[in-house]
Design a protein around this ligand. Sequence first.
Ligand code: ATP
Length: 358
Amino acid sequence: MAQITLKNIAHSYMEDPSKEADYALKEVDHVWRDGEAYALLGPSGCGKTTLLNIVSGLLRPSHGRVLFDGQDVTDMPTAERNIAQVFQFPVVYDTMTVRENLAFPLKNRGVEAATITERVQRVASMIGMERELDRKARGLTADAKQKISLGRGMVRDDVNALLFDEPLTVIDPHMKWELRTQLKHLHGQFGHTMIYVTHDQTEALTFADHVVVMHDGRVVQIGTPEELFERPAHTFVGYFIGSPGMNLLPAEVQGDRAIIDGHEVPLGAGYGDMSGKVEIGIRPEFVRLSDDVGLPVTIDRVEDVGRHRLVRTTMQGRPINIIASEGGPVPSENARITFDPSRINIYADDWRVEGRAV
Ligand SMILES: Nc1ncnc2c1ncn2[C@@H]1O[C@H](COP(=O)(O)OP(=O)(O)OP(=O)(O)O)[C@@H](O)[C@H]1O
């Protein structure tokens, strides 16, 4: 396994890029630690595949260098980078059996027969295809073929990194959960450096130790699922992670107080002078309903979502979502809301501002 260093990497698909907007991937400078599992998360078109292809060598970046364990591989072709890749759609040899498909990467490298048998068996059990090992791949469903692709990607234990590009797209929902759990388990067992591209936050948050959130060609935050939830570095992260995402309200911040539509809101930290667009961010989980204190809101809808209720409100036309416990009261009129001060984040021009303890 390898540590992967991205040194001032940026990429434009244009021949002669002149401004930042011309770059599909804006500059990223980061070290991905050996043996950790990363997810690249973001909406369609944000640059995930571009970044993954730079790591795999399918794409040469316009700027910067890629290092594997300190060795510069920027100009090295994919085949020489010693990586395993699993793509969105299955890549299997139809005329081979499932067993032969799984054994292929090992045979290719001259691994001895007993090890091949043992590894193939283990991977087959992981993807739930032990009983189909001697079937030809031809005629299997797309779902089964993709499981073979995943298995083939994971059969070697000597790769520098394992790269997955939306590998569960064609897998049925139940199996998706199963495979994701297995992948995480496998990571715990073998400690591969894994990079997993997805636009699905559940997939990213359940699979990865560190989630790399991308927005508009830029890496906006790299953090643990907990950090992304507690302290989103950018309003996009707040909005994109969570269900529903973080509430954002324009505010004026004065020290350890925020003023929202003339109402004072206590903050859990103190802030200096701020310029630009200032907003407070508060997750629906940390908003409380009240009938006597706090900001006045109009309740538009109450939805039952399993163990909680999602209360959709508006304040001066701006939506504020609240996750309320099942049994808690929801005022029928004159509803007000308060925020847990320690859970409030402050943003200036979309970037989080660190407060000082008060
Ligand atoms: N070969 C290419 N030539 C020109 N532009 C491209 C090329 N590949 C990607 N792009 C553009 O670069 C941007 C980033 O694309 P990329 O495929 O990396 O995003 P993504 O986050 O992986 O999206 P998706 O999930 O849809 O694959 C997009 O605006 C896309 O249109």
